[in-house]
Design a binder for this molecule. Structure first.
Ligand SMILES: Cc1cc2nc3c(=O)[nH]c(=O)nc-3n(C[C@H](O)[C@H](O)[C@H](O)COP(=O)(O)OP(=O)(O)OC[C@H]3O[C@@H](n4cnc5c(N)ncnc54)[C@H](O)[C@@H]3O)c2cc1C
Length: 252
């Protein structure tokens, strides 16, 4: 977890007295908990749900940031898990897109039993995946969530040009929000499937050969989010192919 983006989010050029006031304001914000009511719950895929919730007054975030969420229910309030905002800061509501793990009794399994009207607890915002310049978004499975907000935001501002999405999933039915990504990025949304043959999508992992054939400029930014093994592999391959470490953005 990294609080530096919280600082930069609330920061800016301030006189020193103001800075002190701002820092104490930030620590108040950081420790704040907000109970928000769930407004709607929808299925996005067979194991991913979209939760639309109330947004607390004065609550702000940058596309790509996350918060620690817990369920406002006895026995669950202290079970905090990080989830990324998939709505935009200017939206009236908060949206989360959450993969449910029903194989054990964790928070996501419990989220699966919630109904509209139930409450979540959201906290300070943080995250290190922040958009810099056009480049390549590389996502594995539920690792797509920070890119949902970033790509939606760029699309809304008409600034998606020069960006490409490579989205890897085990099977076709695991692809989150495919229609929406294709409607925003057209041919620059490229899907690959690793665990079943497909005539519609590319087949196989995002590896060196994949990157060589789909990346035309290794000096651009690379935004990575997915399973740790995938991130490690991408960093190694991108380094080998000439990407500078400063241009590779991922959650630290
Ligand atoms: C910055 C950040 C942002 C994220 N944003 C999102 C997002 O927007 N959407 C999203 O879907 N995910 C997101 N994630 C991932 C998400 O936080 C995890 O999927 C979530 O925390 C899983 O919670 P859980 O309680 O269901 O399971 P866990 O936390 O994995 O498990 C809870 C407990 O059960 C144990 N356990 C784990 N597996 C098993 C098992 N098979 N059987 C028995 N016990 C087990 C664990 O050891 C642990 O003690 C994000 C992660 C990070 C770091």
């Amino acid at each position: 977890m990294n609080s530096s983006t919280v600082t930069s989010h609330y920061g800016g050029k301030l006189a020193s007295g103001e800075t002190k006031k701002r820092i104490s304001f930030i620590s108040e914000i950081k420790s704040m908990e907000h109970i928000v009511k769930i407004l709607t719950i929808e299925n996005v895929t067979h194991d991913v749900k979209r939760f639309r919730c109330e947004k607390p007054d004065g609550y702000h975030f940058v596309a790509g940031q996350a918060t620690e969420v817990s369920i406002n229910k006895d026995g669950w309030r202290e079970e905090k898990r990080p989830f990324t905002f998939t709505s935009l800061d200017e939206s009236a509501d908060l949206e989360f897109v959450i993969k449910i793990y029903s194989d054990h009794t964790g928070v996501t399994n419990e989220l699966n039993s919630l109904k509209p009207g139930d409450g979540l607890i959201v906290r300070d915002v943080w995250g290190t995946i922040e958009y810099k310049q056009p480049g390549y978004f590389i996502a594995g499975g539920a690792g797509i969530t920070p890119f949902i907000a970033i790509i939606r935001s760029l699309h809304k501002k008409g600034k998606l040009d020069g960006n490409k999405l490579f989205f890897s999933n085990k099977t076709a039915r695991d692809i989150i929000l495919q229609e929406e990504f294709t409607s925003m990025l057209y041919g620059n949304a490229i899907y690959t499937i690793t665990d079943e043959p497909s005539n519609i999508y590319l087949n196989g992992f995002i590896n060196e050969q994949f990157l060589r054939s789909h990346v035309d400029d290794f000096s651009k930014n690379f935004y990575l989010c997915g399973p740790p093994k995938m991130i490690e592999a991408m960093q190694e391959i991108l380094g080998k192919l000439g990407a500078s470490p400063e241009a590779v953005v991922f959650e630290k």
